[in-house]
Design a protein around this ligand. Structure first.
Ligand code: HEC
Ligand code: HEC
Length: 615
């Protein structure tokens, strides 16, 4: 009779599918995978280690052939991924059929936009060492997306590596190859445990508490070595939240001053802010009597409270409250502006919003703000615009009046227009919001959140909201497809970021031009033309500071209550065939039951963002 090892070798020589069976394929008697129980701890685990691929101390095969995709309880296919500096990271290199002791390869699916992923990258080093099994452990991080949620490139990998440190190998995985080995749709990061002696995926776990992660490692190793199963971990909680959750909570503290803006040398000039304040509220900069404040009203938390904003005409999107926009990496729902002053150059010339032109505005500024303007922009004194033949009353690029001007005169007018944007941005940078109940809770007041709000917060973590809504403003400033309903008047889907990138690429006034005050004008994004399909229907994650008054919610302003938003997430967005949304909901967005949906609003309700009085 053959013993197990001999039988195995015979099988490898006959057929690959039979090998699959020996490796614990669905068709064979493989070990039972540990199901992904999240923070709840370890559920069922493999009863015994799988058959070895080692005979007489030597590998029996170069790499177990695996003619199928990555999946739980199956042998990994011999993937080759792009690592640091373009090096190839081969899964085959992790295959150690003759390892004397059990050894586990921990593969982590990470995204650079994802809060808990970054927490894990920063904080799990000691956890992985603490297990005292470092020699029985290898860690491979697969980056599935960059900070903006684009397919990651070499530069994104380098940034990520700098964060995670030397001990971890990193590679690009824009296709999220390991996704099928996830036992349910749970938040990133996802940890996959692989037995290096068989290259079989043993189990996966999503966003674990550090104790759960350490324990899972010990369990997998013990089971592979045929040792008794270690006890379940005791996850330390403080007021119901684990160490990793507190880490994220502490990072949600109210932001202070916005980051510096080297592209606007007037960004923190009080004179510019004072001028910007007047311009922000000035309806006379438009022949249609619309100002920024028409849609960003301090009495309405710097929003307008309606589903879709009304300027000269109704626009297709909801007006965000802009109290904290000076902190954002991108402006607008589709990120079609790179920063605050370039954003401010959009609405004035938009025919539906303010409906003015840069010539009209330049004349207004020359007539009514000359002293204030000249006092701030000493480098660029206002030119004499009185010659109506050279400087028509109104006009912008594309208009006949504008096209008839000399290039030098056009530049002189555009300079005034750009400086208007920089002054308004300086004003917007002075906005601050008042602390809310979450801030008080984080600061140590355990009674600041009512029990229902704490349950809602627990649900916020459990439902994976913290992946995207993290940090001081509870946003990652990245673009995601969630199939929220369109705000377009004709009911068709809004393509979001896909069109936003196209607009950025075609923009006249952007950060790569002479209008930027940076030493070296550069655009802060990798130029992508055409934008990848993953950006169709993607929108920028909004800040949650300002709820519940920032409603109606979503880019189209179609949800009037936070309960509707929670239900939308629970349903994983509008149905794929619903014409009111474009794109495919991202794989890490979990769906969850109605009881979870019911808990969320009590937490969302405390996330107020009342602006400090504007001075
Ligand atoms: C007609 C109403 C309206 C007017 C007037 C208007 N806005 Fe807006 N604002 C909006 C809407 C709607 C959006 C979102 C549009 C989008 O993303 O496509 C927006 C977006 C913004 C954003 C980006 C916020 C974010 O989180 O992405 C800023 C900043 C902003 N506006 C400032 C201004 C300034 C400054 C002015 C005046 C120069 C102005 N707005 C005029 C309605 C308006
Ligand atoms: C994958 C990233 C991601 C995850 C996960 C996520 N969000 Fe969002 N959130 C977004 C984006 C992007 C939008 C804007 C969507 C749109 O309008 O198309 C948004 C919009 C919202 C809004 C509307 C805010 C406003 O002012 O209009 C709320 C409320 C919200 N999310 C709460 C949640 C909750 C609760 C969860 C967990 C169930 C969650 N989000 C999970 C990215 C995310």
């Amino acid at each position: 009779m053959f013993d197990k090892k001999q039988l195995f070798v015979v099988l490898t020589l006959t057929s690959a599918s039979a090998l699959g069976a020996a490796c614990g394929d669905d068709t064979g008697a493989g070990p039972t995978p540990v199901t992904d129980a999240g923070d709840a701890g370890d559920a069922a685990a493999p009863e015994a280690g799988p058959a070895s691929l080692c005979v007489d101390g030597k590998p029996a095969v170069a790499y177990p052939p695996a003619p199928h995709a990555v999946d739980i309880a199956r042998t990994l296919p011999p993937l080759e991924l792009v690592g640091e500096g373009g090096a190839t990271v081969k899964l085959a290199d992790y295959f150690e059929p003759c390892a004397p002791k059990a050894k586990v390869l921990v593969v982590r699916a990470m995204a650079a936009w994802c809060g808990p992923c970054l927490w894990n990258a920063d904080n799990t080093k000691s956890v992985l060492d603490r297990t005292t099994v470092a020699s029985q452990l290898r860690v491979l991080d697969l980056l599935v997306a960059d900070e903006d949620n684009l397919p990651p490139d070499a530069a994104a990998l380098t940034r990520y590596k700098a964060r995670v440190g030397a001990d971890v190998t990193v590679a690009l995985d824009p296709a999220f190859t390991f996704r099928p080995a996830q036992t349910s749709a749970l938040p990133l990061p996802v940890y996959y445990f692989v037995d290096v002696r068989t290259m079989q995926v043993l189990s996966s776990i999503s966003d674990p508490a550090p104790e759960t992660l350490a324990s899972r490692l010990l369990v997998e190793l013990a089971l592979l070595d045929g040792l008794p199963r270690p006890p379940l971990p005791r996850v330390a909680v403080d007021d119901g939240f684990s160490e990793n959750q507190w880490g994220l909570l502490r990072a949600m503290t109210l932001p202070g001053a916005p980051p510096p803006d080297p592209t606007n040398e007037y960004a923190d000039d009080p004179g510019a802010a004072a001028l910007g304040k007047q311009l922000f509220f000035d309806t006379a900069l438009s022949p249609n009597a619309v100002a920024c404040s028409t849609c960003h009203d301090p009495a309405k938390e710097l929003g307008d409270g309606v589903a879709q904003s009304l300027g000269v005409a109704k626009v297709d999107r909801n007006s965000p409250n802009i109290a904290l926009s000076s902190h954002a990496r991108w402006q607008f729902w589709d990120g079609r502006a790179e920063n605050l002053w370039t954003q401010a150059l959009g609405p004035p010339e938009d025919s539906k919003e303010i409906g003015s032109t840069r010539l009209y505005i330049a004349h207004q500024i020359a007539q009514r703000y000359q002293a204030a303007y000249d006092a701030v922009f000493t480098k660029y004194p206002l030119p004499d615009l009185s010659d109506a033949a050279r400087f028509p009353a109104t006009g912008k690029p594309g208009d006949a009046a504008w096209q008839g001007m000399t290039a030098a005169d056009q530049d002189a007018v555009t300079r005034i227009y750009v400086n208007m944007g920089k002054a308004i941005a300086a004003f917007e940078r002075t906005f601050r919001v008042k602390p809310n109940a979450l801030d008080r809770y984080i600061a140590g007041d355990r009674a600041a959140l009512a029990p229902a709000a704490k349950e809602g917060l627990a649900s916020f973590f459990k439902s994976g909201c913290h992946q995207c809504h993290w940090g001081p403003r509870l946003t990652n400033d990245a673009f995601h497809v969630l199939r929220f309903p369109t705000g377009k008047q004709d009911g068709t889907a809004d393509r979001g970021r896909a069109d936003g990138v196209a607009k950025l690429l075609g923009a006249e006034l952007h950060l790569g031009t002479k209008w930027s005050d940076a030493q070296k004008p550069v655009r802060p994004f990798v130029e992508l033309s055409p934008p990848p399909p993953s950006m169709v229907g993607a929108f920028k994650t909004p800040t949650l500071r300002g709820l519940p008054k920032s409603g109606p919610y979503g880019h189209g302003g179609r949800f009037t209550t936070l309960a509707e938003v929670a239900k939308h997430y629970g349903d994983r967005g509008l149905e794929p065939n619903d014409p009111r949304a474009a794109g495919t909901v991202e794989p890490w967005v979990p769906n969850f039951d109605t009881s979870e949906q019911a808990r969320l609003p009590a937490f969302l309700d405390v996330l107020t963002g009342e602006p400090e009085p504007i001075n």
